[in-house]
Design a protein around this ligand. Structure first.
Ligand SMILES: *Cc1c(COP(=O)(O)O)cnc(C)c1O
Ligand SMILES: [Zn+2]
Length: 396
C-alpha cells in the first residue's frame, strides 16, 4: 500500500495501542477508535513552500495526510473561500467575522473532505463495497466518491433526510436505504447490513480513522487564507464531532510544526433540541449523556449520541473555547439574516454556528478585537425549502 512518507500508522485513542496502516477500522485490542499518526520530524513544510502551491484542492496538504495526492480519489474538494462579512462583525461587535464557505464543495458540504480521504483508504485496502449510516450529506458525499473509485456504496438515511440527499445518492449510483424514524434507527439498520455482509467496508465516522483526518484540511486552509494569523475563535456546527475533532488535531499539528504559535478557541455549536455536547460542557463533564428525545430542524445536528463526544469536549477545553446551543427559530432566522446581509447561503445546520456566535457575543464572550470564523458546513440550497418555510411562518 502506497502511503505518504511521514505517515506512521494508527493509534488507538482509548488504549494507546499502535497498529499498522493495514488495519482499517477499530482497535484490535479494545475496539476503540483509531487515529492516523505521523513522524512529524520527517515533515519539512514551511509557509513559503505552502504559499507557492495553488489553492486548488485539500490534497495540497498531502504531507499531512496518509495518502499521496497522485493516488487520491478526489474531485478537488476543499480550497473553499473564506469570505469577509463586515456587517456581521459590526453586529457581533468584533473586529472581523469571516465565513468559511464549505457549500462550495463538489457535493455542497464539508463532508467531501473526509469522504475523499476515507474512500481513498477503502480503495487502497481493496474494498469492493463501502457502507455508512448518515443524516444525509455524508451519504451523498460517499456515494459520489465511491462512484468515482468504482466501488459500490450503501447508505442508510433516516426518512427525515433532505430530498436532495436522497435524490443524489441515487444519481451517483449508490444503494440507498431509507429507514423509518430518526438517525438512531438508520444506525441500527446499517449495523444489521454490516453483519449480513462481511465484505462491506464501513465508512461510518470514527469507525474509519479517515473521515476526521480529512476534516483537518479546513484548518490548514483557514490560516493560510488569513495570512498565517490564527483566528481567535472558530464556531463549528457539531453533530458527530468529525469536523471539530479534525480542527483540533490540525491546529495542534500546525503549532507543533512551528507554522503557528497559538491555538484558536474552538466552539461547538448545536441546536437546543439536541445538544449533548453543550449540556456536558456546561455541567463540566468529560463525556456526554445521550439525548433521549432529539428533535431539531437541523437534521445534520440531530445526533443524540455522538461518537466523539469526549474528544470534542477535550478539544474545546484545551483551546479555551466552549459550546453553545440556540433554538431552532433563532437558527433559521440567523440563516435568513446572513443571506440578506452577506449574500451567502447557509444550510440550516450551519446556521446554528452563526446563531451560536451571536449568542456568544450577547453573553460577552468577545472583547471587540477578535477575528471570528463561522464555518458554513453546507450550501443553503440543499434545504431551501426549510428556509423558505421559516419565512412563511413569519408571514413573509
Ligand atoms: C455533518 C454535518 C454537520 C455536523 O458535522 P460533524 O462533523 O458530524 O460534527 C454540520 N453541518 C452539516 C451541513 C453537515 O453535513
Ligand atoms: Zn485500543
Amino acid at each position: 500500500m502506497e502511503t505518504t512518507d511521514a505517515f506512521a500508522g494508527l493509534e488507538c485513542v482509548d488504549c494507546g495501542a499502535t497498529v499498522g496502516a493495514t488495519e482499517s477500522h477499530r482497535c484490535p485490542d479494545c475496539g476503540g477508535s483509531l487515529d492516523p499518526t505521523y513522524e512529524y520530524d520527517a515533515i519539512d513544510l514551511d509557509r513559503e513552500t505552502l504559499g507557492s502551491r495553488p489553492l486548488d484542492s485539500q490534497w495540497r496538504y498531502d504531507e499531512l495526510l496518509p495518502f499521496a495526492r497522485e493516488s487520491a480519489v478526489t474531485t478537488n474538494e476543499g480550497a473553499t473561500p473564506l469570505v469577509d462579512c463586515p456587517d456581521l462583525a459590526d453586529e457581533l461587535g468584533v473586529e472581523r467575522v469571516l465565513i468559511k464557505d464549505e457549500g462550495r464543495n463538489p457535493t455542497g458540504t464539508s463532508k467531501d473532505r473526509g469522504a475523499s480521504v476515507a474512500v481513498t483508504a477503502a480503495a487502497h485496502h481493496g474494498a469492493t463495497d463501502v457502507a455508512l449510516p448518515s443524516t444525509g450529506n455524508g451519504g451523498q458525499a460517499v456515494a459520489a466518491y465511491a462512484g468515482r473509485a468504482g466501488l459500490e456504496s450503501h447508505a442508510y438515511l433516516p426518512s427525515r433526510s433532505g430530498f436532495t440527499n436522497k435524490a443524489m445518492v441515487n444519481v451517483h449510483g449508490g444503494d440507498m436505504n431509507v429507514v423509518g424514524g430518526r438517525f438512531g434507527d438508520a444506525v441500527g439498520a446499517f449495523e444489521e447490513g454490516l453483519e449480513e455482509h462481511d465484505d462491506w467496508y464501513s465508512l461510518r465516522s470514527f469507525d474509519t480513522p479517515y473521515r476526521h483526518e480529512g476534516a483537518k484540511t479546513l484548518f490548514y486552509e483557514l490560516v493560510e487564507q488569513l495570512e498565517w494569523t490564527v483566528p481567535d475563535a472558530i464556531c463549528y456546527p457539531t453533530g458527530t464531532g468529525t469536523g471539530l475533532v479534525g480542527l483540533g488535531k490540525a491546529a495542534t499539528e500546525y503549532r507543533d510544526l512551528g507554522l503557528i504559535d497559538d491555538l484558536p478557541a474552538l466552539y461547538a455549536a448545536q441546536a437546543s433540541g439536541c445538544a449533548p455536547i453543550v449540556e456536558a460542557f456546561d455541567d463540566g463533564r468529560d463525556d456526554h449523556d445521550p439525548v433521549e428525545h432529539p428533535d431539531t430542524i437541523c437534521g445534520e445536528l440531530e445526533i443524540p449520541d455522538p461518537a466523539a463526544g469526549g474528544r470534542v469536549l477535550e478539544a474545546i477545553r484545551e483551546t479555551d473555547g466552549g459550546a453553545v446551543a440556540t433554538e431552532d427559530p433563532d437558527i433559521l432566522e440567523a440563516a435568513v439574516q446572513v443571506a440578506q446581509t452577506t449574500g451567502l447561503e447557509l444550510i440550516p445546520s450551519a446556521a446554528a454556528a452563526a446563531s451560536g456566535a451571536w449568542e456568544l457575543a450577547e453573553r460577552g464572550t468577545f472583547d471587540g478585537d477578535e477575528t471570528v470564523v463561522v464555518v458554513n458546513t453546507g450550501s443553503g440550497n440543499k434545504e431551501a425549502d426549510v428556509l423558505r418555510s421559516h419565512l412563511m411562518s413569519q408571514g413573509v
